[in-house]
Structure formats: structure tokens, C-alpha cells
Design a binder for this molecule. Structure first.
Ligand code: PHE
Length: 341
């Protein structure tokens, strides 16, 4: 029986060596060490041994059992370690590979042009001031000399709130009144950038939401020549040296006289092309001398003070600068478009 135990031990250890998975290992345990395993089976024969031999066989059987159990535990540990090693190997990082660059963000085209416009006017001493997007009818229209029957006040053109005295500003000009009331009678030189809203048909050239940059200078002895010089300087800084500016007579209720400023076409230089609709000129802003009524509404005596104001659409200016043919690209967040700037 001692011989048989020896043979069982060697055979079982041999089998164990070939095992490399936990499921095979478990099967081995059942077959060898289980209640109906080969060791148990062999020991059932102990009963037929002479009583004198039994202690020695019993002791030997225990040794074999311990050896096999220890071998089992060792094998189990080995297989588990191997599995971990394999996972580590699969997950390993090659630190010599070149890194992946994180995509870097950029400023939106609208922000870029607002900053550029701000920078240019700063060179001429203009400060940036902000005023509310939700406005009173009083500031958006009435104090700007826009009478109750003026078509701009129509429900078709303006977004009103449920309170008909409160609306989304249709232009940045109400900021003129707010700045003047804040600083009168001090001299003023500010620009007022911000969003405006108009309840209008959306087209390639106009959206219901857009940016404007208002400009306002108030003080003693300010003349139309100051307005012209300021705008000519802006055009050169914005569009490049050699740009020519032209002023056309226009009408706004809050300026007198009123003008519209054009630059010679940046594509054709004035010869005529699609961008300028064969006129040679591109319109860049409305402007004028602040109307005496508006000065008075802002707290300045028009007999002593005068001023100029202008209002431009930076969206339009970006379109001219980059030859963009549809203003809607600017506010829809299509990265294929935005990443070009
Ligand atoms: N507020 C005018 C507009 O929206 C532009 C403008 C501003 C004209 C200031 C003259 C002076 O069209």
C-alpha cells in the first residue's frame, strides 16, 4: 500500500505540473483530493490491512495528503500570478511613444473681432462700457428721439417682453443715454459693445441676434471732423493702410447730421466686384453728431457740449475681412467654420 501511495503521489504531482488553468486545477483537486478522489479511494483499502501495518500506512497517507495539498496551493497561486502578469503585459504602456497633443481651444470669431475693435479704439482713448441687453422702451427709443409712431417700434421689428415697456434692445444706442447720465457733465469717450436683437427675417446679411459696437464722444468743441478722423483711423487699423473712407448723408433720429461710413472695397479696391455689389464701396457703420435733444436727455447742455456717435456691426466687419458670404455661420457653432479663424 505504501508503494501505491508513492505511485499516486508521483502521478498526481506529474498531472499537476501540466495544469495551467484554474478550472483544470479544480478538476484535479476533485479527482485527487476529493471525497471520492483517488487518495480517498486508495485509503478505503486500509481496513483490509493487518492492524500492525495500519499506523505506518496512515502516517504515510497523511504525508502524501499534505504534500498534494501544499502542491495544490502552490499551483493555484502560480496560476493566479500568471494571470495578473498577463494582464499587466497587455496593459503595459510604451513610454517611448510620442504623446497625443490635447486639442487647444481658441477665441470665437465674434470675440476676436470685438477684442480687435476694442484694441483699435483704445489707441484713440476710448474706454469700454457695457449697458443692459434688456432695456426700457424709454432708453431704447424715447430718449433717443425715436417717436412713438416710428416704424422701428413696430411689434414686427422689436422683441417685447410681456410688459410692453421692457424689450430686448434693438441697438446699442440706449447705452449712449446711460453713459451720459452717469458721467454728465464730464467729457466722454467710450465704446459700448454688446448683443442686440431684432424681430426680423433672417437672411445672409442679418440675423435676429447680432453684435453691435456703439461709439460715443461728448465734450466741448467736438465736430464732424473728429468723427471723420476717428472712423478713417479705425478703417486703416482694421482693414490695412491705404484704405479710403467715404461718408454718405443718412438719417437717424438720434444724430444730426447723420452719415453712413463706407470703406473702399477690400477685395477689388474700388473697381467693383461681387463683395461690394459692383459699387466699389462697403458700408461699415452708421454715425453722426449726437442730436441736441439726445444730449439734453443725457444731461448735457447742447449749447455748450457736442458729440459724435457711431454704431457698427462687428459681424458685418468680420464678413468683409474674411470674405464670409453668410452671417449665419458666425452664430451657429459649426467647428468646421470656426476653426478657420
Ligand atoms: N443705432 C444705429 C443702428 O442700429 C446705428 C447708429 C449708432 C447710428 C450711432 C448713428 C449713431 O442702426
Amino acid at each position: 500500500m505504501i508503494e501505491q501511495l508513492k505511485a499516486l503521489e508521483l502521478e498526481s504531482l506529474d498531472k499537476l505540473k501540466a495544469i495551467d488553468s484554474l478550472s483544470d486545477l479544480d478538476q484535479w483537486r476533485v479527482e485527487v483530493l476529493g471525497r471520492k478522489g483517488s487518495l480517498a479511494l486508495l485509503l478505503r483499502g486500509m481496513g483490509q490491512l493487518p492492524a500492525a501495518d495500519r499506523p505506518a500506512v496512515g502516517a504515510r497517507a497523511n504525508e502524501v495528503k499534505n504534500t498534494l495539498e501544499a502542491a495544490y496551493a502552490l499551483a493555484e497561486n502560480g496560476i493566479k500570478q500568471q494571470a495578473i502578469g498577463q494582464r499587466l503585459h497587455q496593459d503595459q504602456v510604451d513610454v517611448t511613444l510620442p504623446g497625443r497633443r490635447p486639442g487647444s481651444g481658441r477665441l470665437h470669431l465674434s470675440t476676436q473681432s470685438l477684442q480687435e475693435i476694442g484694441r483699435i479704439f483704445a489707441t484713440m482713448g476710448f474706454q469700454v462700457w457695457e449697458s443692459p441687453e434688456v432695456e426700457l422702451d424709454l432708453f431704447n427709443f424715447e430718449l433717443l428721439n425715436i417717436p412713438p409712431y416710428h416704424p422701428a417700434r413696430d411689434m414686427q421689428d422689436t422683441f417685447y417682453t410681456t410688459n410692453s415697456d421692457i424689450l430686448l434692445r434693438t441697438h446699442t444706442s440706449p447705452g449712449q443715454i446711460r453713459v451720459m447720465r452717469r458721467y454728465a457733465p464730464e467729457p466722454i469717450r467710450v465704446i459700448l459693445p454688446g448683443k442686440c436683437y431684432r424681430f426680423e427675417q433672417v437672411t445672409t446679411r442679418s440675423d435676429i441676434q447680432f453684435y453691435q459696437v456703439e461709439g460715443l464722444a461728448v465734450g466741448r468743441h467736438i465736430t464732424l471732423a473728429d468723427l471723420k478722423g476717428t472712423i478713417a483711423n479705425f478703417a486703416i487699423q482694421m482693414f490695412g493702410p491705404g484704405r479710403e473712407v467715404r461718408f454718405r448723408y443718412s438719417y437717424f433720429p438720434f444724430t444730426e447730421p447723420s452719415v453712413e461710413a463706407d470703406v473702399d472695397c477690400i477685395i477689388c479696391g474700388g473697381k467693383g466686384c461681387r463683395l461690394c455689389k459692383y459699387s466699389g464701396w462697403l458700408e461699415i457703420m452708421g454715425a453722426g453728431m449726437v442730436h441736441p435733444t439726445v444730449l439734453r436727455n443725457g444731461g448735457y447742455d447742447p449749447d455748450i457740449y457736442s458729440g459724435f456717435a457711431f454704431g457698427m456691426g462687428p459681424g458685418r466687419i468680420s464678413m468683409l475681412q474674411h470674405a464670409i458670404d453668410d452671417i449665419r455661420y458666425i452664430l451657429t457653432s459649426d467647428l468646421r467654420f470656426l476653426e478657420q479663424f
